[in-house]
Design a protein around this ligand. Structure first.
Ligand code: FRU
Length: 511
């Protein structure tokens, strides 16, 4: 992210402090039924949202905080908005959790349950939630200093409803690094300490702490690794094991903007080891791997303390290249669907796969099964709904699906055998002239090599998320048709494409 984004000033920040609105979350009276409003994804009732923050599961609730500017539909002085869910599908809006203060705006970060009360903020019986975030001081920035980002903490002893900022903030001061932000914290059992990963421009830094308050630097990673087309942002670090195997690997997520494979913002990852001090990458320095090849999944990280130790990921469903110009009102931006991340072995290499959170299926209505068939030209799959899940298994030959409306606007998602690539084409998808970056080609490699390609696609009014080959290749893209898409067709341009299974389900709104 360019610092230009931060130009909305301190005055606005002061004006914003102190107003706490609980948002309406019903679909009544047209609320949540506006043009382009996602019906299945989390979006704030109104105003600007970017990164998901502080995701933590506690006492039966999945907390989701987010970068929020409550006074405008463009980026401004950052707060942490707050919502909770018991199923990661339906969301209850809560008041803003963290407001800017004299140390600065509240940038991205994470939250943990301090189960052993290492911080002393709670009790072992009633552990505190501790949020760890970046302070961005716009005054220091304006003065041309390079130490204006520091790390702070806040805690809650009432299930995240009220937050108290730690009196000795910041807990990590700035070492003279312009970009120094987005702390993600986890408990490392083997070395019995808290570990924080944060990003510092072109690399990640690891810190350790006994109590979440005093932190000591452990190591650096990444100057020579992966993509460096932009600044590193929003990192994560967690273990995963391939199903049925013994060896545990550590996955480091590093968001980057710009420099993603299809332009602008994207989420890369590294697979390696972590010994409590240092991350060592298994793959060569030049290798890049991406969580999602679509243009609209950024700043994603995983939930802390999720049941069953699952790695549940959610991203901001937009791209800094045009996020502030997308034609929505009175809100700007939604999140991706929550996704489960897994480590999978494909043709002897390891990859991180993503699949939509299973409870999304609870919204299925009117399931239509097409069974086994061969598509020689085209096949009508659906009419009349803009929110649907399409699942199936199709032969690895040229094919594409088209979502369209009566205006001739359409978005196309498919596979090209010759290049062995998936693609999304949104050049004729509707409103595209708000940014020249919006209509570029979007492609993704196929990693699996089976004769059949499995897929799950979730279309939701103004977005499509496609999970090919059990989530080995994932693409997420936005679109803004002038009239809702209400038709879905499959095409086989070269004829004779076998389908083993195919079903289309309308999805009921969550709002
Ligand atoms: C990523 C990001 C973070 C920062 C936040 C500010 O989109 O730039 O690095 O903390 O957004 O809103």
């Amino acid at each position: 992210m360019k610092s230009m984004k931060y130009t909305a000033g301190l005055l606005l920040m002061v004006a914003a402090a102190g107003c706490s609105k609980v948002q309406d979350n019903t679909g009544a009276n047209g609320v949540y039924r506006e043009a382009h409003r996602p019906q299945l994804h989390f979006s704030p009732r109104e105003n600007w949202m970017n990164d998901p923050n502080g995701m933590v599961f506690h006492n039966g609730e999945y907390h989701l905080f987010y970068q929020y500017y409550p006074d405008s539909t463009i980026w401004g002085p950052m707060h942490w908005g707050h919502t909770v869910s018991t199923d990661l599908v339906h969301w209850t809006h809560l008041p803003v959790a963290l407001y800017p203060d004299s140390l600065g705006m509240i940038f991205s970060g994470s939250a943990v349950v301090d189960k052993d009360n290492t911080s002393g903020f709670g009790t072992p019986e009633k552990p505190a939630l501790v949020a760890v975030y970046t302070y961005h001081d716009p005054v220091g920035e304006k003065q041309g200093r390079n130490d204006f980002q520091t790390q702070g903490i806040a805690y809650s002893t009432d299930n995240g409803r009220n937050w108290t900022k730690y009196k000795n903030n910041p807990v990590i001061s700035n070492p003279g690094q312009r970009d120094f932000r987005d702390p993600k914290v986890f408990w490392h059992e083997e070395s019995k300490k808290w570990v924080m990963i944060l990003v510092a421009g072109d690399h990640a830094e690891l810190y350790g702490s006994p109590d979440l308050k005093s932190w000591a630097k452990l190591s650096d990673f990444g100057k020579e690794y992966g993509a460096h087309g932009g600044v590193w942002e929003c990192p994560d670090l967690f273990p995963l094991t391939v199903g049925g195997e013994q060896e545990r690997k550590w996955i480091m997520i590093v968001n980057i903007n710009p420099g993603a494979p299809n332009g602008g913002s994207g989420t890369q990852y590294f697979i390696g080891g972590f010994d409590g001090t240092r991350f060592t990458c298994d793959t060569p320095p030049a290798k890049t791997s991406w969580i999602d090849y679509g243009p609209d999944n950024y700043a994603g990280i995983t939930w802390s303390n999720a049941p069953g130790d699952k790695k549940i990921f959610i991203g901001w469903m937009s791209n800094w290249a045009y996020a502030q110009a997308v034609p929505t009102s009175p809100w700007r931006s939604a999140n991706t669907l929550p996704r489960e991340l897994k480590l999978v072995r494909i043709n002897d290499s390891l990859r991180v796969s993503s699949t939509p959170w299973p409870d999304v299926e609870k919204q299925k209505a009117d399931v239509k099964n097409f069974g086994r068939l061969v598509v020689n030209d085209s096949l009508d799959l659906m009419s009349g709904t803009a929110t649907a899940m399409i699942e199936g298994s199709v032969e690895a030959k040229d094919f594409f699906f088209t979502l369209s409306n009566g205006n001739g606007e359409k978005v196309t998602v498919g596979y090209e055998l010759k290049t062995n690539r998936f693609f999304i084409d949104r050049k004729s998808s509707g409103k595209i002239d708000f940014s020249t970056d919006f209509s570029r080609d979007i492609t993704a490699p196929r990693f699996a090599s089976g004769q059949m390609i499995t897929f799950t696609m979730v279309a939701d009014v103004s977005s499509i998320e496609v999970f090919f080959d059990d989530g080995a290749t994932v693409m997420t893209a936005l679109f803004f048709p002038r009239q809702s898409y209400d038709r879905l067709k499959m095409y086989s341009p070269s004829g004779g494409v076998k389908i083993d299974s195919l079903s289309v389900s309308r999805l009921a709104p969550i709002w």
